[in-house]
Structures are given as structure tokens and as C-alpha cells.
Design a protein around this ligand. Sequence first.
Ligand code: FEO
Length: 168
Amino acid sequence: MLKSIIEEKLQAQIKKEASSSQLYLSMASWADMKGFSGAAEFLYHHSDEEREHMLKLIRFVNERGGHAEIPALSSPQKDFDSFQSVFKSILDHERKVTESINDIITACLKENDHSTNNFMQWYISEQMEEEQLANSILDKLKMIGDNMPSLYLFDKELSELTKNAHQA
Ligand code: FEO
């Protein structure tokens, strides 16, 4: 049985994962509208992954005797200045998500909740991968700047990356 303090934190995390999915979906739509199909595919896929993160939490809360609520969300940002600003936002966002996952783990240790702690370890590894990926893409974008031919190649690269992620 989940302690209420842990259930509340998991509930808040469900909302964060749902918001991440919506934000990345909005970024995907923006990239799609701009004609960058590779970046759009990458971001659509990223949005799907965040939805999976949310679903995993919903199932866990219910399996442990809680009742996961489906949160209301406000509209995500619609327009973006550049791909650099998109990936900077992703990195900032993911860093905040990592902080909140660390906070859940700290609470689990305090409350002696080893099963939730164990469950949340998967999120720790996932966050490390996501931050690393966003960081490396952002580094590349800083080098590219506004150079259109390079942005075109970058778009193709993101398309390949997404295809490989689907095959993995
Ligand atoms: Fe599920 Fe990217 O945080």
C-alpha cells in the first residue's frame, strides 16, 4: 500500500510526464509546420515516450492500491524561435524532471518505501539518457546556427535517429 505522501508525489509526477508529452507534441507540430519532417518525427516520438512514462506511473500507483488521477493540463507553448530554443527548452525541462524524480527517491528513502524506490530507478537511468541526448543535440545546433544547408542535414540526422529508436 502506498503512503499518501508518496502517492501525492507520484501523482504530481504523472502530471509532469503528461505536460512533457504535450509540450513535445507542440514542438513536433511546430517543426512539422516549418517543413522539418525529421525533427518533427523525433519530437513526435519523444512525446510518445513521455506518454509511456506517464502510463507506467499510472499503472504503478493503481497496482499499489492507490488511485491515479488523470490531470487537466494547460496549453503548451505553440511557437518557437528556433531549433536551438526548442532543444534548450527540452534540456531545461528534463533537468527539472530529474530534480523531481530525485525528490521522489529522497521521500521513498525517508518513508522506507523500497518498492517505489526500486520502481523509480528506471526513471533515473531514463533521465540520464534524455539529458545527455538533448545536450548533444543542443551542442550541434550551437555549431550550426542559422546555416540552412546544415539545418537540412541536421533534420535528416534526426530522422535517422528516430528510425533507429523505433527499431531498438
Ligand atoms: Fe519522462 Fe523526459 O521525462
